[in-house]
Design a protein around this ligand. Structure first.
Ligand SMILES: Cc1cc2nc3c(=O)[nH]c(=O)nc-3n(C[C@H](O)[C@H](O)[C@H](O)COP(=O)(O)O)c2cc1C
Length: 172
């Protein structure tokens, strides 16, 4: 399964930012990734809960664009996923104040060690600032490269979850 995707968010002034995150789950209710909720992306998604995802497959010359409203997954869902992660990743989630200035790599390693000692032999709980977001698609576009840049593009759009999709072929 392709799992690296570009996530675009915008701040309260409409300034966009984009970064890669990993797709961890998807079904008819949407596309899920996990992150530090206090990170810039987490803050932007709280202020402006609408986002765009982008997948690109160079080998097959395909792009998929997805847009829609986004919200936090339930605490139970996040707990269940967090519990499946390796202990090292769990400790890393506690240690990382994602996107804050970090004095040195050693400081990060020291933080991980601190949490490792704190939890000892017990299981590591999910940090309250770490969770998942689910984007519910209202627009999906499939792009397939064509000869002489005569690409095929199909857009699927709907106004709300559960509505029928309207399909449009678009100029390349
Ligand atoms: C292949 C790849 C996968 C990544 N997966 C995630 C992810 O699942 N969650 C996450 O928070 N950051 C992930 N990152 C790091 C983000 O791209 C980004 O650097 C970080 O989340 C901080 O973003 P922000 O400052 O915009 O909040 C990944 C980066 C790469 C290159």
């Amino acid at each position: 399964m392709a799992n690296a995707m570009t996530l675009a968010t915008a701040d309260a002034d409409g300034r966009p930012s984009a970064r890669i995150v990993l797709l961890k789950d998807f079904d008819s209710s949407g596309f899920v990734f996990y992150t530090n909720c206090d990170s810039p992306k987490g803050q932007e998604l709280t202020i402006n809960p609408f986002a765009s995802l982008n997948f690109y497959w160079k080998s097959s010359q395909r792009q998929v664009r997805i847009e829609g409203p986004i919200g936090r997954v339930s605490d139970q869902e996040a707990d269940e996923y967090f519990a499946t992660r390796p202990r090292g990743s769990q400790l890393g989630a506690w240690a990382s104040r994602q996107s804050q200035p970090l004095a040195s790599r050693q400081s990060l390693i020291d933080e991980v060690d601190r949490f490792d000692k704190e939890y000892g032999n017990s299981s590591v709980p999910r940090p309250p600032f770490w969770s998942g977001f689910r984007l519910m698609p209202l627009f999906v576009e499939f792009w397939q490269a064509g000869e002489f840049r005569l690409h095929d593009r199909f857009g699927f759009s709907r106004s709300a979850e559960g509505d029928a999709w309207a399909t449009t072929r678009m100029y390349p």
